[in-house]
Design a protein around this ligand. Sequence first.
Ligand code: ADP
Ligand code: MG
Length: 409
Amino acid sequence: MTLKKTIRDFTDWAGKRVLLRVDFNVPLNASGEITDASRIEESLPTIQYLQDLGARIILVSHLGRPKGTVVESMRLTPVAKYLATALGSAFVGKTETVVGDDVQTRVQTLQDGQVLLLENIRFEPGEEANEAGFAKQLAALADVYVNDAFGTAHRAHASTEGVAHYLSPALAGFLMDKEIRSLTPLLKSPERPFTAIIGGSKISSKFGVLSTLLTVADTLVIGGGMMFTFLAAQGFGIGKSMVELDFVSKAEALLKQANGLGKQIWLGEDLVVADRFAPDASTQTVSVCSIPEDMMALDIGPKSCASLIPIINASKTILWNGPMGVFEMPVFANGTKTIAEAVARWTKEHHGFSVLGGGDTLAALELFHIGHERFTHVSTGGGASLEFLEGITLPGIAVLDDATTLITR
Ligand code: ADP
Ligand code: MG
């Protein structure tokens, strides 16, 4: 992955109309209020930088999955309300449609430093289909393209990929740039030892990234629900624990590959097992090789945690994606909480390079009141960061102009 030109590499902003793709796909509650505005907050520096230099900004985002048609509950009205407060009078509002005469008029009347928000881009069928005609229509609104929507960069849609073919320059915003700069070193030049801690529920959704990480990391730690597919591959009984049977042979191949590479795949020492998937289940701590037949493992145990701490402390680089257990229930939250605290502490005390990702991993941090500032980088893109770390070229990044300088840390 080459480094991309950013909004700092272009200086002639005054009076320029900028199509700025952001990821304002924020969670809403039943009354349509934003419950977590961090996705908006993360792109405010990009917006304000361009405003200060006199650009005329056209914001583009999707919200939810309206699938190419207008869905009233997915209008960007709550986002517009938030922006009005955050940006003040420079925010001139939201359009009613994505394209059309009214949009043209409002774009034409934009003044330097003003910001306009287009309606939910996924109301248009041409967006997800990445239709050239629709991409050209979008491009006609602006002079310059900026992409700050890292969380959507793994999708080749009209506003994330197609449009960039018709606008020049095509640049990365600050958030996009930060994601690229933080994730690239993990694959290209990690300071070693590099420990990758992968948990969560489904091995099927993370198998690709596990394969790549096995080759680039020094130690691969497997926790969460995907552990049991590996334990099954080793021939251990896993009781009623989560398993994906069609991945057992793939897990076995990965274990063999690790052996061949002389690398360790960590699967822990003990586990917390329960008789039911419930917060008040009766629990027991057992060794990883003796899960009772009628029980399910829902967290890593205290011995596992104790064995992970020295691995964490001896690392120079750590990637963590995916909870170690069913952290949503307090009785099964200890593993995830211990790892979160240990990685945060190590980041500070050892000046470690820590990168976190995953929607539920971030939810766990929130629940434990562990701030993002305690890590080097907390990625905003769940699926996008996994694909990036798998080594896949993300279409929304590939299409941006290449920088001439090489990446440095
Ligand atoms: P992320 O969003 O951080 O990438 P995932 O979506 O892969 O993480 O997985 C998160 C989910 O995995 C959580 O809801 C958690 O309850 C579940 N999980 C973790 N460990 C287990 C386990 N042992 N058994 C069942 N589910 C688990
Ligand atoms: Mg998830």
